[in-house]
Design a protein around this ligand. Structure first.
Ligand SMILES: [Ca+2]
Ligand SMILES: [Ca+2]
Length: 303
């Protein structure tokens, strides 16, 4: 009778478990490494695609900022569907937007109030907000009738405001008391304002809302009719069929309005170009906006 060796059986069993465990561990490690490599490769591909898309956006930007290239030029769009690469450029004018500092400094509160009410703000709230915006940029600490100077900001737990100088960025405007409500009514409110124009509103470039707010007379429907006529048969601004008006006077005649010699806000021409360029590379998109006047870079943002 052969002797029994229970320890040897136990050792074999333990070894088998260890081997199986090791195989399992190695399998998991290999799977993990493969997953990591896949993720790493996809991250590197995404970074490369984004870099290519940015290069294409820069190419479009260089074309769009060239003084001889005008809005509607076929050079401003290029796309190869086979390689899914290209760029699209839009040239607009900074004067097509409301120059916030100048409007406040020149006392044209009515322009802002009309716009805010058009966006759905209650007239009383619109009045308070315009007064608060004025108090933010005027040098004194004397509150306007419905405005907000330092005591109002202290009470709201926002000590250190207002800055009592013109806005240096549209981001600062978010800090003004009452802006949260306006931003909830129109989250894209910044798209209607500029701090980089010559300080006038070019009615040949502004959208219907801004035209309505700036003209100071007539209704929003008339402003929409004006923009329809101005943008030509294709209904798109910045294309060759646009019907630009020669002067502010001719635009006011369209509205049946009298020229106000004291109103220096209106204009029929622009001086500051804003170029938006989107580069596309195989599903990746990078957009860059630049504002230039006489080739001097005033503002740039990468989206
Ligand atoms: Ca002030
Ligand atoms: Ca057009």
């Amino acid at each position: 009778m052969s002797p029994r060796h229970p320890d040897r059986h136990q050792q074999s069993g333990a070894s088998l478990v260890a081997v199986l465990w090791l195989i399992g561990f190695l399998g998991l490690a290999i799977l993990g490494t493969a997953k990591f490599v896949t993720l790493d490769t996809s991250w590197a591909t995404s970074v490369k695609k984004r870099a290519e898309a940015k290069n294409l956006a820069e190419t479009g930007l260089a074309l769009g900022t060239h003084p001889r290239v005008k809005s509607g030029d076929p050079l401003l769009r290029s796309f190869d569907p086979e390689t899914e690469t290209g760029y699209e450029v839009r040239i607009t004018s900074e004067e097509g937007l409301i120059p916030l500092n100048q409007v406040l400094l020149s006392g044209r509160k009515d322009c802002l109030k009309r716009l805010f009410e058009l966006w759905g703000q209650h007239p009383d709230e619109a009045t308070s907000l315009v007064d608060a915006l004025t108090d933010w940029i005027d040098a004194d600490d004397l509150s306007s009738l419905n405005g907000a100077e330092s005591s109002a900001y202290d009470a709201a737990g926002k000590s250190g405001f207002p800055f009592n100088r013109p806005f240096a960025s549209l981001g600062e405007v978010d800090l003004v008391i009452g802006m949260e409500k306006l931003a909830s009514l129109n989250p894209a409110w910044k798209d209607s304002f500029t701090l980089w124009s010559m300080g006038q509103i070019d009615l040949n470039e502004a959208n219907a809302e801004i035209v309505y707010a700036a003209i100071g007379t007539g209704d929003p429907t008339r402003a929409e009719e004006f923009v329809l006529l101005r943008d030509g048969a294709d209904g798109a601004p910045g294309t060759p069929d646009d019907q630009k008006f020669a002067s502010v006077q001719s635009i006011l005649e369209f509205f049946g309005a009298q020229a106000d010699p004291g109103n220096k806000l209106l204009s029929a021409r622009s001086a500051t170009r804003r170029v938006y360029s989107q580069g596309l590379f195989r599903g990746e998109a990078v957009a860059i906006s630049e504002t230039r006047r006489s080739n001097l870079l005033l503002w740039r943002r990468e989206h």
